[in-house]
Design a protein. Structure first.
Length: 131
């Protein structure tokens, strides 16, 4: 059963403000490395995530116009917010164009859980059996 894992994502870890105490590659059992795992399967040139058309992914996130992975910046995070090496950045379809980028810290946790689930389903290095 070396190819078995039990994932238990937590919102602070998915947001990238707490470390995953059960780190794993490509995705921590608590949701750590979400941004890195998404980046590994995100192909912006071909507009796909793990082989799935990005338009289909964005239908699951109705407020999101697009998303990518970026380094933390004070443009996206307040100075008091801890962050890891990379984060998911969403562009909100409904917000004013000058302030329509939000990080995983500010995004709805539902969007983070959708990305987490997509990584579980689409990343080639995820164990074949998981819960």
């Amino acid at each position: 059963m070396t190819d078995y894992a039990i994932f238990t994502p937590t919102t602070p870890v998915l947001r990238g403000i707490q470390p995953d105490i059960v780190p794993s590659e490509p995705l921590g059992l608590l949701g750590g490395r979400l941004a890195e795992a998404v980046e590994e399967i995100l192909d912006l040139d071909n507009e796909s995530l793990g082989g799935v058309d990005l338009d289909d992914v964005l239908e699951l996130l109705d407020w999101v116009d697009e998303f990518d992975i970026t380094a933390p910046s004070r443009e996206l995070l307040a100075p008091h917010v801890p962050s890891l090496r990379s984060l998911v950045r969403f562009r909100d379809y409904w917000m004013n164009e000058k302030r329509n980028h939000v990080s995983g810290y500010d995004a709805s946790e539902g969007a983070l859980y959708v990305l987490f689930t997509l990584v579980l389903a689409l990343h080639p290095s995820i164990p074949g059996i998981f819960a």
